[in-house]
Design a protein around this ligand. Structure first.
Ligand SMILES: NC(=O)c1ccc[n+]([C@@H]2O[C@H](COP(=O)([O-])OP(=O)(O)OC[C@H]3O[C@@H](n4cnc5c(N)ncnc54)[C@H](O)[C@@H]3O)[C@@H](O)[C@H]2O)c1
Length: 247
């Protein structure tokens, strides 16, 4: 029932983790993939080959999602190569965790720029194209802590809460143009981002997850697939939690 044949997706931050799983799952359903990343050249080359092996077109671009002009340049490159963009997944994100009292201005700015301003950058660049197409699905990666907050993550939680406000607003501005915008709020998903947490923190986290386990990246990707496809044709302005009943 799900068919993304002939569709084109642009995914930010897909060299690893959740973005990588989304790219691979979309490609399973025939979707051409353009993706960005920031540092991981080898991983980006590996996933490019993996995607190509699935028979879809692939465009891999190293680009800082926090940079407004660079985001617009990426979108131009994708439109030049693929002619249209049906699905935008704003997934790129970072953490710089510490208590607010100890947080530097740079830690605040970096996280807000990479996590929240990047969503503005890409939505700003892609939506004129989607308006011309009179269709599009925008998906942004929020977080359980964007809904409930978390000690030690004031910058991250604020950025993820900001995404929800931005996406809900976009869904209202563009609903009449047949463009949908939704957010996903993952809980604790095992990726390089969460593996960087101390072992003790990870063990504590398991205790507060009612399903008593971490989420897998493909469990988030499956929700992104639903939001990208026609299965969710009347779903817009929503935040879908993928968190094992946490929060
Ligand atoms: N892992 C979790 O438990 C979890 C929970 C909730 C939300 N999220 C969100 O999901 C998204 C993916 O997280 P992940 O765990 O897969 O992270 P990850 O660290 O494994 O991967 C992050 C990806 O973003 C890219 N990236 C980072 N900074 C970038 C920049 N400035 N420009 C372009 N790309 C950039 C990296 O190249 C990489 O591909 C993030 O937005 C994260 O905040 C993750």
């Amino acid at each position: 029932m799900i068919n993304l044949e002939g569709k084109n997706a642009l995914i930010t931050g897909a060299s690893r983790g959740i973005g990588r799983s989304i790219a691979l799952l979309f490609a399973e359903y025939g979707c051409n993939i353009a993706f960005t990343y920031i540092n991981e050249d080898q991983e980006a080359a590996d996933i490019t080959a993996e995607l190509q092996a699935k028979g879809v077109r692939v465009l891999c671009i190293k680009s800082d999602a926090a940079n407004f002009a660079a985001a617009h340049e990426v979108v131009k490159q994708v439109v030049d190569a693929f002619s249209k963009i049906d699905i935008l997944v704003c997934n790129a994100g970072i953490t710089h965790d510490t208590l607010l009292m100890r947080m530097t201005e740079e830690q605040w700015d970096d996280v807000l720029n990479v996590n929240l301003k990047s969503v503005f950058n890409y939505c700003h660049a892609v939506t004129p194209q989607m308006v011309r197409q009179r269709s599009g699905s925008i998906i942004a990666m929020s977080s359980v802590v964007g809904i409930g907050g978390n000690a030690g993550q004031a910058n991250y939680a604020a950025s993820k809460a900001g995404i929800i406000g931005l996406i809900k607003t976009l869904s209202k501005e563009l609903g009449g143009r047949n463009i949908r915008a939704n957010a996903i709020a993952p809980g604790f998903i095992l990726t390089d981002m969460t593996l960087a947490l101390p072992e003790a923190t990870r063990t504590e986290m398991i205790k507060i997850i009612p399903m008593h386990r971490y989420g897998e990246t493909d469990e988030v990707a499956k929700v992104a697939l639903f939001l990208a496809s026609d299965l969710s044709s009347y779903v817009s302005g929503q935040v879908i939690s993928v968190n094992g009943a946490m929060g």
